[in-house]
Write a protein that binds this ligand. Structure first.
Ligand code: PLP
Length: 390
């Protein structure tokens, strides 16, 4: 262990099982540790550095704003916040945006919007939020309650009440659960990321969306991990042909600076009044200036490249030795390996490729603009590592 790693272990709260690597610098999809060893970054900070590390255009946008004003509180107007909200609404057809700092906060705001809408429209007893089993929505006590995985709940109870979970891809079970409760909103990921990179079935998503519309229930899509170009469309829900009432996003939106956004559709655009919700840092001008630059560059050409690169990875890995299956959408990919995923990830790291895990899978979330030659190099190493005998 290096001195840096010992200091971190001594003083930083013990919530992360860190890999034994300290990253000092990087450029694009390549990062370097304290010994100068090069790694190909196939995780992009868990889907955050959408255009890689120290991306020139993003750095320029952020730096320019830093030199103007870094923070002014939400008591005043600032340009990047307004322009980013306008761009997100223009690109999605949503009507208004609330900015926060993280995915969990974006979901908290979504839940508050659904509850207030239902309380005003149907009565405060319509407060239940329905989410899916195996989902992940964050670590605050409310978003933990939304998360449909018991392993995250143990010893942190009581969680925020008013959440029920139903299995993914089972419409009959969904109709039963939703019918048994006074439901304000439904929150789901189109591709369950932390749950193992599993894309929901189209029929299920459409069935849920139809039911929500018919019954005036707020449909919230959690695009924290799937959003901002990750799956080959600006937001994953577009590929399911649905129109959510609320979209929450974060991660890749800020490109490495903290930024969450809750996009409010027509039904809920006027649900909040001054004082209903707020955030000191939400909509920070520096984070928003960087995000504006990124969202402007997530255009049709880039999205087509995401799909092409995704097809390459799926094609290379789906019948590869030591690979049981490949799942996901776009550049959000899960690999079920014959060897334990943790062994594959450790061996990839030795060979200079940083991968993530999701449940029992190896998870890949490379930068959207990873150069094809770098992607090829990483995939060949991953392939060889999967094929190894233990
Ligand atoms: N929702 C989803 C789908 C996520 O994947 C995550 C984080 O992994 C979150 C919410 C929570 O985001 P954050 O860690 O920024 O609070």
């Amino acid at each position: 262990m290096s001195n840096l790693q010992i200091t971190d272990k001594t003083y930083v709260a013990n919530t992360y099982a860190r890999f034994p690597v300290s990253i000092l610098s990087g450029k694009g999809s390549e990062v370097f540790d304290e010994n100068g060893k090069r790694y190909i970054d196939m995780g992009s900070g868990i889907g955050v550095t959408a255009f890689g590390v120290a991306d020139d255009a993003w750095v320029a946008a952020v730096t320019a704003q830093l030199n103007k004003v870094q923070h002014m509180s939400n008591l005043y107007y600032t340009e990047p916040c307004a322009r980013l909200a306008e761009l997100l609404c223009t690109r999605t057809g949503m009507k208004k945006v609330f900015f926060s700092n993280s995915g969990a906060e974006a979901n908290e705001c979504a839940i508050k919007a659904a509850r207030k809408y239902a309380a005003e429209k149907k009565g405060p007893e319509f407060s239940t939020i329905l989410t899916l089993q195996n989902s992940f929505h964050g670590r605050t006590l409310t978003t933990l309650a939304a998360t449909g995985q018991d392993k995250f709940h143990a010893l942190f109870t009581p969680l925020t009440p008013g959440f029920v979970h139903t299995p993914a891809n089972d419409l009959e079970a969904f109709y039963k659960t939703v019918g048994e409760h006074k439901v304000a909103g439904i929150l789901m990921e189109c591709v369950q990321g932390e749950g193992g990179v599993i894309a929901l079935q189209n029929d299920f998503v459409r069935g849920v969306a139809e039911y929500a519309k018919e019954n005036d229930i707020i449909l919230m899509i959690d695009e924290v991990q799937t959003g901002n170009g990750r799956t080959g469309s600006l937001y994953a829900y577009e590929q399911y042909g649905i129109t959510p009432d609320v979209v929450s996003t974060a991660k890749g939106l800020g490109g490495g600076l903290p930024l969450g956004a809750t996009l409010l559709g027509e039904k809920v655009e006027t649900v909040f009044a001054p004082g209903d919700h707020g955030s000191t840092f939400g909509g920070n001008p520096v984070s928003c200036a960087g995000a504006l630059n990124l969202i402007e560059r997530i255009d049709e050409e880039l999205l087509a490249q995401v799909k092409e690169k995704s097809a390459y990875v799926f094609e290379e890995l789906k019948n590869a030795k030591g690979v049981e299956s490949v799942s996901g959408l776009g550049l959000m990919i899960g690999i079920k390996t014959v060897r334990p995923a943790s062994d594959v990830i450790a061996d990839c790291m030795k060979e200079g490729v940083l991968c993530l895990s999701a449940k029992d899978k190896v998870r890949l979330l490379p930068a959207l603009n990873i150069p094809m030659n770098v992607l090829r190099e990483a995939v060949q190493i991953i392939k060889a590592t999967c094929a190894k005998e233990n």
